[in-house]
Write a protein that binds this ligand. Structure first.
Ligand code: ZN
Length: 302
């Protein structure tokens, strides 16, 4: 389980939930989130020391690395984006060995250069299963954010597959948010770019909200639709391509970079009965193989 960017809620809300399921996580921190106070170095140390989280780097300024390198060169990227972040986080006593590129954007050349300083990086893969770090230094990752909405039933299938193949499933998100930040409802009317649901919709303040057109299917990032406003049960969308939302379908409205808490806990509960939880560092050290040999996870009821 991994989280990106950096929020105090990782410590105050997410880590205690995860701990209840005997789980741990890796948090990839972008320095900007430390500088603007969304999370502090002290909070990151507490995640590491009190909750056994691993802290990784998500670079200094959240730049798209291939674009940055194209304009400024690889040395400048190492100088301005990777090294300052490693210095800040390691200087604060955090054992930083893993990297998640902002937007998961990298090239083999940039990844190779980064691997001179860190132990692994994340590469997006829709089915994120692996037995350990791949020959190119990457570990896969698939998102559980609303923006790439994955139904809980689908995530459970991935968990089953990880158990059957005896490999690690790598999930990442940004924040776990209370269910009240989300609405699941049935579409009763579509007119222009306004969708009417069978219940009132309240948008979470200060969030980038999106509408997931169908909760039965996984959504690619492009197929969720930005929400501009909600009043009563009417949701106004930035743009509604013809046929994108059907009357009678069940949709989800909520923050783009969030995971609904009840979904998250259901995933944790299901996984905790079938798998063990590891940090990226555990996987890199091969601890998942040792533990699996010593204490096989409980058998699933067929
Ligand atoms: Zn990010």
């Amino acid at each position: 389980m991994q989280f990106d960017d950096g929020w105090t809620a990782w410590l105050t809300e997410t880590a205690p939930i995860i701990q209840r399921y005997g789980a741990t996580a890796t948090g990839f921190v972008n320095d900007r989130y430390v500088h603007n106070g969304r999370i502090t170095l002290d909070e990151l140390r507490r995640l590491q020391d009190e909750y056994d989280w691993e802290i990784g780097t998500h670079t200094a300024n959240h730049q798209n690395a291939p674009r940055f390198v194209q304009s400024n060169g690889l040395d400048a990227w190492l100088d301005k984006e990777l090294d300052p972040s490693l210095a800040l986080l390691r200087g604060a006593g955090l054992r930083v060995e893993a990297l998640a590129f902002p937007f998961n954007a990298s090239t083999p050349e940039i990844a190779q250069a980064a691997l001179g300083r860190i132990g692994s990086y994340r590469r997006v893969d829709p089915l994120a299963l692996a037995d350990g770090v791949r020959p190119d230094g990457s570990l896969p990752g698939t998102s559980i954010d609303t923006a790439q909405y994955a139904p809980v039933e689908l995530v459970k299938k991935w968990i089953d597959l990880a158990q059957r193949r005896d490999v690690v499933l790598f999930l990442y998100g940004h924040r776990v948010l209370p269910d009240s930040a989300f609405t699941v409802g049935r579409v009763v009317a579509v007119a222009g770019n306004v969708v009417t649901l069978d219940r009132p919709v309240e948008l979470a303040d200060g969030e980038e909200n999106v509408l997931v057109p169908c909760v039965l299917r996984r959504q690619a990032a492009q197929s969720v639709i930005p929400v501009t406003a909600a009043a009563g049960s009417e949701v106004t969308l930035a743009d509604l391509p013809p046929g994108a939302v059907a009357v009678g379908s069940d949709v989800l409205v909520g923050p783009s970079y969030g995971t609904r808490q009840s979904d998250f806990e259901e995933i944790l509960r299901y996984a905790s009965e079938r798998l063990h939880f590891y940090t990226i560092a555990d996987v890199r050290a091969g601890r998942h193989r040792l533990a699996a040999a010593a204490a096989p996870p409980p058998e699933t009821v067929p």
